[in-house]
Design a binder for this molecule. Structure first.
Ligand code: AMP
Ligand code: GLY
Length: 425
């Protein structure tokens, strides 16, 4: 099977490595990829939303499966683009239709979907330029803190949580009237603040049935103890101790099953990953967001724990045979520590030479996030540079091994957290 994987982060390196381990993997291409993905297949200089280029590439290279790593191509309609083209129709795209991707692409769509299917989520109201004044009045009487969310994709920056009414109103005005996030903030969702601990739950669905993958928790703040600015993710752990059988049963009954059934009854085509961003409020799961793809850095702990052949699962998804599959997870704990560039998530420098990356073993892999090959040297090429994942009998051990390797790898400005998974240690 020849595969085209779209993306260039740590998630894509983890997916590329996992697919390349399958006996069914023929040629694996990654567009645009990074220095790590080039160790699993062939990088192709092509953007994830350059559909015409992707079309030509798939036909020239006899691609049998397209795997979008991030939401971008899915929200832009790559599934529908392939389905509508007579020459591409036979090539399955591992992901939802554009309509299905709206679960991630529009917070307002996701909220209405959850309401229709009685899926637990924070209470909310939706506003735009048409009911702006009503929104201001609503904010002024809202309990604190207040959560404001730009409706559309805003590069992970569209959520603002504030403990001041004045700040909330100013932000609301920025979003709607000053188009702070362009079209993405023409509509704003204002929701109740939920207090609890977060959890990422992933399923694969073929539109009828679903299979639950190992769960994970990510650490978004730049600083230890969850202090400082939000980032794309500084690390992750799997499994998550509080996600026991009793809690996961609630997640399955109240969130997963109604979501998959809701997509099906509404006739929304969805063959791919669903990522449930949950919050555990005193033992009850609430959905804070849907994503139509895997998480990053969660994929870097989930894929190493997944013992199935990933291409078997993908084929089952795209052929509607997922009910025949059983998911097997490594019982060991996984901890990922992300090495980032100095200054990230604000301005940072690239092109720093990296050394000391160890070869993968049975209990450790260093995934590349923002790297590229420059002659014989691997250099940094992004804010998040490398994701070190270790597997061990316990979470503290897995974390200790990742931190040890973090110390051994060097590049100028290397920054990381040593406390990934701290609440469970
Ligand atoms: P999102 O982009 O929807 O994942 O939101 C970004 C982050 O904001 C989440 O990971 C949570 O930490 C936080 N968040 C979002 N919605 C809420 C909420 N209703 N209550 C508390 N925290 C939230
Ligand atoms: N780690 C969160 C995300 O991928 O959106």
């Amino acid at each position: 099977m020849n595969i085209l994987l779209l993306g260039s982060g740590g998630r894509e390196h983890a997916l590329a490595r996992k697919m390349s381990q399958s006996p069914q993997c023929g040629q694996l291409f990654i567009a645009p990829g990074n220095a790590g993905t080039s160790q699993c297949g062939t990088n192709v200089d092509m953007g994830v939303s350059e559909f015409e280029k992707i079309r030509a590439f798939c036909l020239e290279n006899a691609i049998d499966l397209v795997v979008p790593g991030s939401e971008e191509a899915l929200v832009n309609g790559i599934y529908d683009f392939f389905a509508a083209d007579a020459a591409l129709q036979h090539i399955p795209v591992m992901g939802p239709s554009q309509e299905g991707a709206r679960l991630e692409g529009s917070k307002a769509f996701a909220k209405l979907f959850m309401q229709r299917h009685q899926i637990p989520t924070a209470a909310y109201r939706e506003f735009n330029a048409g009911n702006f004044e009503e929104g201001v009045a609503y904010l002024q009487q809202h309990s604190l803190p207040i959560v404001l969310k730009a409706d559309g994709l805003a590069a992970g920056k569209g959520v603002v949580i504030t403990s001041s009414h004045d700040e909330a109103v100013a932000e609301f005005e920025q979003m709607i009237r000053a188009a702070k996030f362009g079209d993405a903030s023409k509509t704003v969702v204002i929701e109740q603040f939920l207090t609890g601990i977060e959890l990422s739950v992933f399923v694969l669905t073929d539109g009828h049935t679903y299979k639950i993958l190992p769960e994970a928790k990510d650490y978004k703040r730049i600083g230890e103890g969850d202090k400082g600015l939000n980032t794309g993710g500084m690390g992750a752990v799997s499994p998550v101790p509080f996600a026991d059988a009793a809690f996961m049963k609630k997640v399955e009954d109240q969130v997963i099953r109604p979501t998959v059934a809701g997509l099906s009854t509404e006739g929304i085509k969805y063959n791919g990953f669903i990522f449930f961003g949950l919050i555990n409020v005193e033992g009850e799961p609430f959905v804070i967001e849907y994503n139509c793809r895997m998480g990053d850095p969660e994929t870097e702990v989930v894929m190493p724990r997944l013992q199935n052949d990933l291409l078997d699962l993908f084929t089952a998804v795209t052929t509607g045979k997922l009910s025949e599959q059983t998911i097997y997870a490594d019982p060991r704990a996984a901890a990922t520590v992300m090495l980032v560039s100095a200054g990230y998530p604000e301005a940072y420098e690239k092109n720093k030479a990296i050394s000391g990356i160890p070869a993968p073993t049975n209990d450790q892999v260093v995934f590349h996030a923002g790297t590229k090959q420059s002659g014989a040297t691997i250099v940094s090429n992004g804010g998040r540079v490398l994701a070190i994942t270790s597997l061990a009998a316990s979470l503290p051990l897995a974390l200790a091994h990742s931190v040890q390797t973090a110390e051994q790898i060097s590049f100028e400005g290397k920054t990381y957290r040593r406390d990934i998974g701290y609440e469970f240690i």
